[in-house]
Ligand binder design. Structure first.
Ligand SMILES: NC(=S)c1ccno1
Length: 239
């Protein structure tokens, strides 16, 4: 998998050389390339923004640098196998399902907006050439797309076959298919008693059937309490 990041702050992506992502890069599972969008400007000030057409506060990212960067980094021919991600508060929700879909693609290009955002024609052009995902991590606004791109990267790369040491752990996580899309149950380890708080007895019983039922019941309880939006009528009926 090749990952490209287009940003006026490419240094954000230096962190990808650390921890698990660093291991993936070393193993050849993932190749990471960060690019400074200003390298595709031609004026003394390396300008990437301008005032919004129609007025309004703030500045908008000019389309020209993006187009020239696309030409050099991706190419000038349409290729739907290239996935271009625009993190944006106005995007569709980024979910574990989207992460799973992206984990099997060969190339992802992250376009990190700043200021008030990117000239919309950049996104329209990208849609005419590649497979585009305008995605949001949640209903809040960041100063740019870089932090969101890092979060999306981690969510996607950890699902790449061969990345996680124990792929079975993926099957039991929140939102995984193995959990029916429910939240993960509470986790415990030793000591059995800690500051007057004990591990639930059932988890020390060695009775696998009872343990599995406790965990399922806890997942259902937590999901109903915290994320009723995830418990559709079908799921509720099954539980
Ligand atoms: N909510 C997201 S993904 C975002 C990107 C930039 N600002 O907010």
């Amino acid at each position: 998998m090749r990952l490209d990041y287009l940003s006026i702050f490419p240094g954000y992506f230096d962190v990808l050389g650390i921890s698990l992502l660093g291991k993936a890069a070393v193993n050849g599972l993932v190749d990471v390339y960060a690019h400074d969008l200003r390298d595709w400007t031609h004026d003394r000030h390396r300008t990437v923004d301008d005032t919004p057409c129609g007025g309004g506060a703030g500045m908008v990212m000019k389309p020209d640098p993006w187009g020239e960067a696309f030409d050099e980094i991706i190419g000038t021919e349409p290729d739907p196998s290239v996935h271009v991600v625009f993190p944006s508060p106005s995007g569709e929700p980024f979910t574990q399902s989207v992460a799973h879909d992206l984990s099997s693609v060969e190339r992802i290009v992250f376009c990190c907006g700043r200021y008030e955002g990117i000239d919309h024609r950049v996104i329209d052009y990208a849609r005419s050439m590649w497979t585009v995902h305008e995605v949001s991590l949640g209903d809040y606004v960041l100063n740019g797309g870089e932090v969101a791109a890092l979060a999306i990267t981690e969510a996607v790369v950890r699902l790449v076959p061969g990345f996680m040491g124990n792929p079975q752990s993926l099957a039991e996580e929140s939102f995984s298919a193995g959990q029916d899309g429910l939240l993960e149950y509470p986790l415990f380890t030793r000591p059995v008693s800690w500051r007057g708080l004990d591990v639930p007895e059932v988890l020390m019983s060695g009775h696998h059937g009872r343990i599995a039922k406790w965990r399922r019941d806890e997942s259902i309880r937590l999901t109903r309490e915290r994320r009723p939006d995830l418990t559709d009528s079908d799921v509720s009926a099954r539980h």
